[in-house]
Design a protein around this ligand. Structure first.
Ligand code: SF4
Length: 492
C-alpha cells in the first residue's frame, strides 16, 4: 500500500520471422504492470511501417484483443507501461513515442528521468523546435534524431546522444530494421534480455517479464551499454561502459521490482528478506506475530520473523481487483476505501503484539490508516518496521518521491512520526545496510540519494523548480543519520 510510484516498465521483441510480436509484448507488459498503471501502449514494425496503439489505462483496459489484432504481425515490437513522473498523465504522454525523421522512423520506450530535460527542451525550443508532449521521452527522441540526421547509423547517433543526456534512462529504440536496448552510464534503471526457444529476442525492465513469455534469461544490459538486435544477430557497444559510477536504484530492490525478478544478478526476494533480518537485529521487539503490508512488505516481514523466531502471519488480504477506474472516494470515505483495498485478518492479529513491516513512509497518511486497521482488528500493540531508511531527499531519476515539503521525515522526528502514525514503536532500516541488501559482499554501488542526499549526477536545479520550493530547511546527512539510528517509542 504505497505512496511512491515508479516511472515505467519497458518491453521489446526482435524476431527474424513475421510473428505475433504484439501478443508477446502484451504478455510482457502484463508482467510489468506493477511499474506503471496510468497508460500503456505497443508499437509493431512490420518491416516497412509501424503500427501503434496506446492510451491511458491498464494493460487489460487498453490492449484489448481487438487492439492487439489491429497491430498485426511484425518482426519487432516495443511496449510500455507508464506512471508519469515528468509531464502529465495525458494520452499524449503515453508511449511508445513514434517519430518520423529525415532518415526514417523511430519508436522509443523509456524508463527513468533525464535531469537536464528542461534545459535541453528550452534550447531546442529557442531554435524553433515544437514539442507535442510534456514528457522527457520526447526530448530524448529529439536529441537522438538530431544526431541521427548527421550520423551514418542509429548506433552512432545514440552513442553521441548519451553524452548529452544526463540522468536515468533505460531505453528500447525500434527503427525499421533494428532494435536497440541501452542503459544510461550509471544504470539507474534495470534492463535485461533473453531469448525464446525459437530464437526470438526479448528485452524487459525486469526478468519476471522474460519468464512471462517463456524466454530464457541471457543477461542484464550493463550501465552505459548499447545492445543492438538486427539481421546480423546481437552485438554490444561498450564505448560508454565504465564511464561513470554504477548507481542502480536501491529502491528497485526494496519496493519497485517484483520479488520474483533478478536484477543485475541479485534476487529481489532475497534482498527483501535481508532487509527484514537487518531490522530484526537493529530494532528487536517482544511481539507475538510479524505481519507484512502487501505486497512489498511481505518478504521483509518473513525476513524479520525468521531472524528473531517470532511467527510470521498473514495480517492483511489485499483486493487484487481494484483497477484504475475504481471510483475515487470523497475525503471522509478514504478509510473505507483502504478497507476495500486491504482488509486485516483479525484472527491473526486480535489480542496480539504485532510487528508490522512495510517498505516506506512518505507522507505518513497511508501508514496511519493501516495501523488503525490493525488496532480496529484487535491488535494489542503495533510496532512498525520499515525496510528502507527515511525518505529525506527528492528523487530526480524517474520516481515520484517529490519535494521535501511532502516527506514526513523532513518535518518530524522519529518520535513525532511514531505518534502521528499511532504505533507503539518505529524502526527504520539503517542507511549503512543499503549496500548489503542485494549483494551481501557490499561491493556494488547503488543510488541511495533519496535516503542519503548523495546524488550521482548533476541535478540541474532549474529542471524541477517545484522541488526547491519546500519551506522546510534541508537537513544535513549527519543530522538525518543521527536521528534515525534507533528504534523509538512515541513520547507521552
Ligand atoms: Fe531510487 Fe531513491 Fe535514487 Fe530515486 S533517488 S533512483 S528512488 S534510490
Amino acid at each position: 500500500m504505497h505512496e511512491v510510484h515508479e516511472g515505467c516498465g519497458i518491453f521489446g521483441v526482435y524476431s527474424t520471422k513475421l510473428e505475433n510480436v504484439a501478443l508477446l509484448t502484451y504478455y510482457g507488459l502484463y508482467a510489468l504492470q506493477h511499474r506503471g498503471q496510468e497508460s500503456c501502449g505497443i508499437a509493431v514494425s512490420s518491416g516497412d511501417e509501424f503500427h501503434l496503439h496506446k492510451d491511458v489505462g491498464l494493460v487489460q483496459e487498453v490492449l484489448t484483443e481487438k487492439a492487439i489484432d489491429s497491430l498485426g504481425f511484425g518482426y519487432m515490437a516495443v511496449g510500455h507501461v507508464r506512471y508519469g513522473t515528468t509531464g502529465n498523465s495525458s494520452r499524449a504522454n503515453a508511449q511508445p513515442l513514434v517519430i518520423k525523421h529525415l532518415k526514417g522512423s523511430m519508436a522509443t520506450v523509456h524508463n527513468g528521468n533525464i535531469v537536464n530535460a528542461y534545459q535541453l527542451r528550452q534550447s531546442f525550443e529557442m531554435e524553433g523546435a515544437i514539442f507535442h508532449t510534456t514528457s522527457d521521452t520526447e526530448v530524448i527522441s529529439y536529441v537522438i534524431t538530431n544526431e541521427r540526421i548527421r550520423k551514418p547509423e542509429i548506433e552512432d547517433a545514440v552513442l553521441s546522444a548519451m553524452d548529452t543526456l544526463e540522468g536515468a534512462y533505460s531505453l528500447i529504440l525500434m527503427t525499421e530494421d533494428k532494435l536497440l536496448a541501452l542503459r544510461d552510464k550509471h544504470g539507474f534503471r534495470p534492463l535485461c534480455y533473453g531469448v525464446t526457444s525459437d530464437g526470438t529476442y526479448i528485452i524487459a525492465s525486469e526478468s519476471c517479464a522474460l519468464n512471462a513469455v517463456d524466454a530464457q534469461f541471457v543477461r542484464d544490459i550493463r550501465p552505459g551499454e548499447i545492445v543492438v538486435f538486427d539481421k546480423n544477430g546481437v552485438h554490444s557497444i561498450e564505448t560508454n561502459c565504465n564511464k561513470a559510477e554504477e548507481a542502480l536504484c536501491i529502491f528497485e530492490y526494496i519496493y519497485f521490482a517484483r520479488p520474483d525478478s533478478v536484477i543485475d544478478g541479485c534476487s529481489v526476494h532475497q534482498a527483501r528478506l535481508r532487509a527484514g533480518a537487518f531490522l530484526a537485529k537493529d530494532h528487536p521487539v517482544d511481539a507475538d506475530i510479524v505481519v507484512g503490508v502487501p505486497d512489498s512488505g511481505i518478504d521483509g516481514a518473513i525476513g524479520f520473523a525468521n531472524a528473531c523466531n517470532i511467527p510470521y502471519g498473514v495480517g492483511f488480504i489485499k483486493n487484487k481487483y481494484i483497477g484504475r477506474t475504481f471510483i475515487s472516494p470523497v475525503q471522509k470515505m478514504r478509510e473505507e476505501l483502504l478497507k476495500i483495498k486491504l482488509n486485516p485478518v483479525s484472527s491473526t492479529v486480535s489480542g496480539k503484539r504485532v510487528v508490522l513491516v512495510d517498505d516506506s513512509i512518505v507522507r505518513g497518511t497511508t501508514s496511519a490508516r493501516i495501523v488503525k486497521l490493525l488496532r480496529d482488528a484487535g491488535a494489542k500493540e503495533v510496532h512498525l518496521r520499515i525496510t528502507a531508511p527515511p525518505f529525506v531527499y527528492p528523487c530526480y531519476y524517474g520516481t515520484d518521491i517529490d519535494s521535501q515539503k511532502n516527506l514526513i521525515a523532513c518535518k518530524h522526528t522519529v518520535n513525532e512520526i511514531a505518534r502521528i502514525i499511532g504505533v507503539d514503536s518505529l524502526g527504520y532500516l539503517k542507511a549503512e545496510h543499503l549496500p548489503y541488501l542485494a549483494d551481501d559482499t557490499g561491493c556494488r554501488k547503488y543510488c541511495t540519494a533519496c535516503f542519503t542526499g548523495e546524488y550521482k549526477t548533476n541535478i540541474w536545479g532549474g529542471m524541477h523548480k517545484d522541488y526547491f520550493e519546500a519551506k522546510t530547511p534541508i537537513k544535513t546527512t549527519e543530522e538525518i543519520a543521527r536521528q534515525f539510528q534507533h528504534t523509538v517509542k512515541p513520547d507521552g
